[in-house]
Write a protein that binds this ligand. Structure first.
Ligand code: ADP
Ligand code: MG
Length: 373
């Protein structure tokens, strides 16, 4: 009865309702036709990353099926959280595919000597993460070239940089809104986990290893979870510590819309995205050490960015002043958006959907078009 209740609740939950039953049918049909993979299908290439819970490689298929060119792939060999990451990627694939890197398949590989590992396969989206791009001296112009292809030799300046950063922010928030509308909170949003997809010329989110699916209570509050301190919101836990931890899936499904409204867990990702916005606006805050220093300064200002601005602006470096000047364009609309994202209280932070409707983005589409002419 509980399971039935959970299913009907999910069905009645906005955001899940459209196509929920279709998804059952699709999942079944997909089972029949989708390409599956196993260990021997892959040839390991360059190592792309190594975290506490897995190693990521660029790989190719040992024998490419002649009918379909798969191109390059990415393999993550994951330990503890591999099962959760597969679950999240499958869910994203069906509900908001454009938000994240294109996921192909995940499976348990138990023949390894190191014990069981989960293997996850994505399409190789591109060479550069937002972190790589932001560390270039040329940022944000290097991104403009990637998003628009050939760029005319327009004068470089604040207005133009602002437009490029607007485009990046809109793409990030769009991807995030997709995840949040699906009931997923990422919890590890940072430039290293944002990949530039060369195929679609947009930024996509990667690394769902720390994500939580609040609708079904998957990975609710992992006890030993390690958050990246550079980008975490002050609340640390996405759900109030008062809520009973890890209810069984049907109970969580029934409670989740209520818990979501109570805790607004999506605002955790918004804070991290606000910090990325800040780093894009201020080149001086792009290095790890300077971001850490900023976090310390902000804490000293009672986590109030407006107070932080008041303390640093009078003796700001030209670089910092330039960032404020950019955010102050159009009557300070950029600064307004930034302050609505980096707020101490989750409840007072904007949501991804509301941020997308912020006047900061009003003129952006037109301006990008006028760029291309
Ligand atoms: P972790 O941070 O747990 O090591 P990630 O999923 O963040 O694992 O992947 C590590 C790195 O691998 C990323 O920072 C990125 O450079 C690269 N990478 C991951 N997925 C893709 C993908 N689909 N396409 C291209 N590069 C990727
Ligand atoms: Mg990562």
């Amino acid at each position: 009865a509980l399971a039935l209740g959970a299913v009907s609740y999910l069905w009645a939950t906005p955001g899940v309702a459209p196509g929920f039953w279709d998804m059952f049918v699709l999942a079944f049909v997909e089972r029949l036709f989708r390409t599956t993979y196993r260990k021997d299908d892959f040839v390991l290439g360059k190592k792309l990353g190594e975290g506490a819970f897995g190693v990521v490689y660029r790989v190719s298929l040992a024998k490419k099926p002649s009918s379909k060119k798969e191109g390059d792939l990415v393999l993550k060999k994951a330990t503890e959280y591999g099962a959760v990451e597969i679950w999240m990627n499958e869910r994203v694939r069906r509900a908001c595919a454009n938000s994240c890197a294109d996921f192909l398949y995940g499976f348990l590989e138990s023949s390894s000597k190191k014990g069981a590992e989960y293997w996850l396969i994505w399409r190789f989206e591109g060479e550069a993460t937002l972190s790589d791009l932001m560390l270039s001296k040329d940022f944000p112009y290097n991104v403009e070239a990637m998003i628009l292809g050939e760029v005319q030799d327009l004068p470089k300046g604040l207005e133009r940089e602002n437009r490029i950063i607007q485009t990046i922010m809109r793409q990030l928030l769009f991807a995030l809104d997709g995840l949040h509308s699906t009931g997923i909170v990422h919890r590890d949003i940072k430039p290293q986990n944002i990949i530039f997809s060369e195929g679609s010329r947009t930024f996509k989110i990667i690394d769902l290893g720390a994500a939580a699916d609040l609708r079904v209570g998957i990975n609710y509050i992992p006890k030993e979870f390690l958050l990246d301190p550079r980008y975490t919101a002050p609340e640390q836990y996405i759900m109030s510590t008062q809520t009973p931890s890890a209810p069984s899936a049907p109970v969580a499904a029934a409670l989740s819309p209520v818990l979501w409204q109570m805790n607004l867990p999506d605002r955790f990702d918004i804070y991290s995205t606000g910090l990325i916005f800040l780093q894009m606006a201020f080149p001086a805050l792009r290095s790890d050490s300077n971001l850490i220093q900023f976090n310390r300064q902000l804490k000293r200002c009672q986590n109030d960015v407006v107070a932080w601005r008041k303390t640093v602006e009078p003796r700001a470096s030209p670089d910092l002043r330039r960032g404020f000047e950019m955010l102050d364009l159009d009557e300070g609309i950029g600064w307004e958006l930034l302050t609505s994202m980096v707020r101490y209280k989750a409840r007072q932070r904007t949501s991804a959907k509301a941020a997308l409707a912020h006047p900061y983005f009003d003129r952006e589409g037109l301006l990008v078009l006028s760029f291309m002419q």
